[in-house]
Design a protein around this ligand. Structure first.
Ligand code: GLC
Length: 427
C-alpha cells in the first residue's frame, strides 16, 4: 500500500472524502468571458468598475448550491473569497472593494458557509495573494496594468510590504470570522517576479496554522522547499499519470478541474466535458491516490447554470450507486495489474477492490494474479453476482490466461450506468 508523506494539516478526512466543489465567483461573472478578463483585455480600473456597479446576484440562494454539490457526492467546497481582481465576497473591514458595497449589498460568504455546513460539507477558502486592484500591489508583468506607459511612476508610490500587511489582515478576518475552516487554497506565486517575500509567506502560513489548527494548506505560497510549507499538491487542469510524488515520495494531492476551461462563468465556451469524462476523471484521480476539486462558475444572477447542474446531477446519479468505490478508497495495492480498459481503486478498511470498466468487454474480463484471492464478486450498481472462474478448458489454449488469472463473467449487455464497477471482496 502506498502511504503519502505525512502532513502538518489534518488530511485524514481529505483522503477519505476525495471529491469537492470549487466555486469561482466574483465580478468577472458579468463579463462572462474568463476570470482573467481584466488581465487579458488590460481593462483599466475605471472601466472594470462597471461590473462593481452592476453586481446584483438577485437569485443567489446558497442552499441550492449546497444541495447540488451534496447531490453530486461532493464532501467539501472551496470558494474564492477574493480572486486576482481583488474583489472581496465577504464584508472585509480592510477595503471598500467588496460585495456589501455593490447593489447586492451583503456578505456572500457567510450564508454560503452556513448552507454548505448544513449539508455536511467541509469548508475551504480560496484566497488570491495576487491583487490587481490594491494600490500597493507592485505592478509586474502579470498585472492588468502591465502595459501602462506610466508603470514606473505608478510603482514609485507602491509598497508591497503594505500590501502584504493587508493580505495578512484579510486572511485573519476570514480565519476568525467564519468558524472552522478546513482548507486554505492560496493562489499563486510566480517567482522571481512575485514569491514568498512579496506575501511574507512564512508568516502567513504560520498565522494560518495558528488561527485554524488542522487546516490544510495548498502549495502555492512559494514554500515548496520548506518542511511543512504545504500539505497538498494541486495539479491544475491536468491529469497526473500516477500518484503525485515530490522528491520520490508520494504526497497528498488534489487536482482542480473545470467543466469547460474557464473557472469563472463563461457564457460562450463550448468545450464542456461530458458526464462520462467527468466520472472517469474522478475515478482516474482516486485510482492514483488523489482528490478531485471540480469547479462551478456561478452566473451574475447567482445561479449554477444548466450545463453545470446537468453535469452535477449526472455525477450524482453515478455516485449514488458507486460512491463506495470512491470514498475511503485509494490506489490498488502493488502487484495487482489493472485489466485492459479499466481503473482500480481499493478500500483498505473493507479490503475490497473496485474494477471500473471504461470500455465494456465481451463477457470475460481477466485479472492476472487474483485467482483464488477473491471471496465474492458483484456489480456495484445492482449487487448482482458476477461469476468467477477459469476460462473453460477448450478455450483456454486460445485465451492464453495463466493459472493465476481470475476471470470474471460479465453480462453481454453493459449495465445502464455511465461507468460500471465490479466490487471484489478480497480474501
Ligand atoms: C490559477 C488561475 C485561476 C484559478 C486557479 C485555480 O492559477 O490564476 O484563475 O483560480 O488557478 O486553481
Amino acid at each position: 500500500m502506498v502511504r503519502p508523506k505525512p502532513t502538518v494539516g489534518d488530511t485524514s478526512w481529505f483522503v477519505r472524502d476525495r471529491f469537492g466543489l470549487f466555486i469561482h465567483w466574483g465580478l468577472y461573472a458579468l463579463p462572462a468571458r474568463h476570470e482573467w478578463v481584466k488581465h487579458v483585455e488590460q481593462i483599466p480600473d475605471e472601466q472594470y468598475d462597471v461590473y462593481f456597479r452592476h453586481f446584483d446576484p438577485d437569485l443567489y440562494d446558497p442552499r441550492l448550491w449546497a444541495e447540488a454539490a451534496a447531490g453530486a457526492g461532493m464532501k467539501y467546497f472551496v470558494v474564492t473569497t477574493k480572486h486576482h481582481d481583488g474583489f472581496c465576497l465577504w464584508d472585509s473591514q480592510l477595503t471598500d472593494y467588496k460585495a456589501p458595497n455593490t447593489p447586492c449589498g451583503k456578505d456572500l460568504i457567510r450564508p454560503m458557509v452556513e448552507a454548505f455546513r448544513e449539508r455536511g460539507l467541509r469548508v475551504g477558502f480560496y484566497h488570491s495573494v495576487i491583487d490587481w486592484h490594491h494600490p500597493d500591489f507592485v505592478v509586474d508583468n502579470l498585472h492588468s496594468m502591465r502595459g501602462r506607459p506610466d508603470r514606473e511612476a505608478l510603482n514609485a508610490t507602491r509598497d508591497q510590504t503594505r500590501y502584504a500587511a493587508y493580505l495578512h489582515g484579510q486572511v485573519r478576518e476570514l480565519l476568525t470570522g467564519y468558524g472552522k475552516i478546513d482548507v486554505l487554497f492560496y493562489d499563486f506565486s510566480y517567482p522571481p517576479e512575485k514569491g514568498r517575500n512579496d506575501w511574507n509567506s512564512l508568516e502567513l502560513l504560520k498565522m494560518t496554522r495558528e488561527l485554524q489548527p488542522g487546516i490544510i494548506v495548498n502549495d502555492r505560497l512559494d514554500l515548496q522547499d520548506v518542511e511543512g510549507g504545504w500539505d497538498i499538491r494541486t495539479p491544475e487542469q491536468f491529469m497526473p499519470r500516477e500518484w503525485v510524488q515530490v522528491d520520490g515520495q508520494p504526497v497528498v494531492w488534489e487536482t482542480c478541474q473545470t467543466f469547460s476551461g474557464s473557472w469563472g462563468y463563461h457564457r460562450d465556451e463550448a468545450s464542456w466535458k461530458s458526464i462520462e469524462q467527468l466520472v472517469q476523471m474522478l475515478i482516474g484521480v482516486v485510482s492514483r491516490g488523489g482528490n478531485l476539486l471540480l469547479n462551478v462558475g456561478p452566473t451574475g444572477r447567482g445561479e449554477f447554470d444548466d450545463r453545470a447542474l446537468e453535469r452535477l446531477r449526472g455525477m450524482g446519479e453515478w455516485m449514488k450507486r458507486h460512491s463506495r468505490s470512491i470514498y475511503g478508497c485509494t490506489q490498488a495495492p502493488d502487484g495487482i495489474p489493472c485489466p485492459q480498459d479499466c481503473r482500480l481503486t481499493y478500500n483498505p478498511e473493507t479490503n475490497r477492490l473496485y474494477v471500473h470498466i471504461f470500455a465494456w468487454p465481451f463477457v470475460q474480463l481477466h485479472i492476472d494474479g487474483l485467482a483464488g484471492k477473491v471471496a465474492y464478486a458483484q456489480l456495484l450498481n445492482d449487487a448482482s453476482e458476477v461469476k468467477m472462474g477459469e476460462v473453460p478448458e477448450h478455450q483456454a489454449s486460445m485465451a492464453g490466461p495463466s493459472p493465476d488469472t481470475l476471470t470474471l463473467h460479465l453480462p453481454v449487455r453493459k449495465p445502464d450506468v455511465v461507468v460500471p464497477v465490479v466490487e471484489l471482496f478480497l480474501k
